[in-house]
Design a protein around this ligand. Structure first.
Ligand code: ADP
Length: 300
């Protein structure tokens, strides 16, 4: 079935390409059309999820975007962590601001083929706490997808806040044809338990799980080289196996990862040949060759 036929017969209430609803206002219809037009220019959409905070989800999202860009892909990185945006820091873009060109918001460019957008680029005070309820957050995410001048992209990477709340749910619904999610965990049981919920969230939304990454998996002592499994090891891999989803790889704890993050220098760019840099690359390489995806009908 062609994409056009699929759209004509589709009854999804969330897809941005569906025919006009009778109860839709002109404004709502125009907003939905804008969203459909923008997202149609993006070939692959990947959400990065985690069950809990602090497991390295933003670090993985930033380095995944960087790895894809280093391999010649045109990449957008969208930070939908409205309450704790950390992507600007990871790229040394703190304090920078978006600006408007016509009706479009301009993303910041880390390099010519890596564009970045975050709520932090819209705030005059980066330390301000946003006390927003669901509808406001959903409105901002819609704007980031519909009104940002992403242009033609090979990949959009969406860094979601931890858990299964409004932000990942809205992003999945607005990107009706996302390729899937990369789920980040650490090896210890408590994190792995939380990530099971992320996987069942994906299943409920018919969002494929592209793979699990076990971050902070083992620490190689820089003095003696001995590997210590500070948080245990293999928990993410075992969980991926038991839940029938792909396992993409383990990333060791490496002080240089934290240092490059703090300095705003993406590890995948500055330390690509270190063991941790190579581990990131090996985990991300399968995502360079995603099959083309056609919308396959309504979501749950
Ligand atoms: P999350 O997005 O899950 O809250 P972050 O990506 O912000 O987590 O990472 C939390 C902290 O852990 C950051 O200081 C980051 O630099 C550090 N970190 C992430 N992965 C690693 C790693 N493999 N080795 C060392 N530090 C890491």
């Amino acid at each position: 079935m062609s994409a056009k036929q699929a759209c004509d017969s589709c009854t999804s209430s969330t897809c941005s390409s569906r025919p006009r609803d009778l109860q839709e206002t002109d404004e709502q219809y125009a907003a939905r059309q804008r969203l459909a037009e923008r997202t149609a220019k993006i070939r692959h959409k990947i959400l990065v999820l985690s069950g809990k905070g602090g497991v390295g989800k933003s670090t993985v999202a930033a380095n995944l975007a960087m790895h894809l860009a280093l391999n010649g892909r045109r990449v957008g990185l969208l930070d939908v962590d409205i309450h704790g945006p950390s992507i600007p820091r990871l790229f040394g873009l703190e304090g920078k601001a978006t600006y408007m060109v016509g009706e479009s918001m301009m993303p910041l460019e880390f390099s010519v083929n890596l564009k970045i957008m975050s709520i932090a680029f819209c705030l005059s005070d980066s330390d301000a706490a946003l006390i927003w309820r669901g509808p406001m957050k959903i409105g901002v995410i819609r704007q980031f997808l519909a009104d940002v001048e992403w242009g033609d992209l090979d990949y959009l990477i969406v860094d979601c806040p931890p858990g299964t709340g409004d932000e990942p749910l809205s992003a999945v619904q607005m990107l009706n044809d996302a390729d899937g999610a990369v789920v980040v965990t650490t090896p210890q049981t408590i994190s792995v338990d939380d990530v099971r919920r992320s996987i069942s969230f994906c299943r409920k939304l018919s969002l494929p799980v592209l793979g699990v990454i076990e971050n902070m998996s083992g620490f190689a002592c820089p003095k003696c080289g001995e590997i210590t499994d500070i948080f245990g090891a293999g928990g993410g891999e075992d969980m991926a196996k038991s839940m029938g989803v792909p396992f993409l790889g383990r990333i060791p704890i490496d002080p240089a990862v934290r240092e490059t993050c703090d300095q705003g220098k993406p590890h995948a760019y500055y330390n690509s040949k270190t063991p941790s840099g190579l581990a990131f690359a090996a985990a991300f390489d399968p995502l360079l060759a995603l099959p083309e995806r056609e919308c396959d009908g309504p979501q749950a």
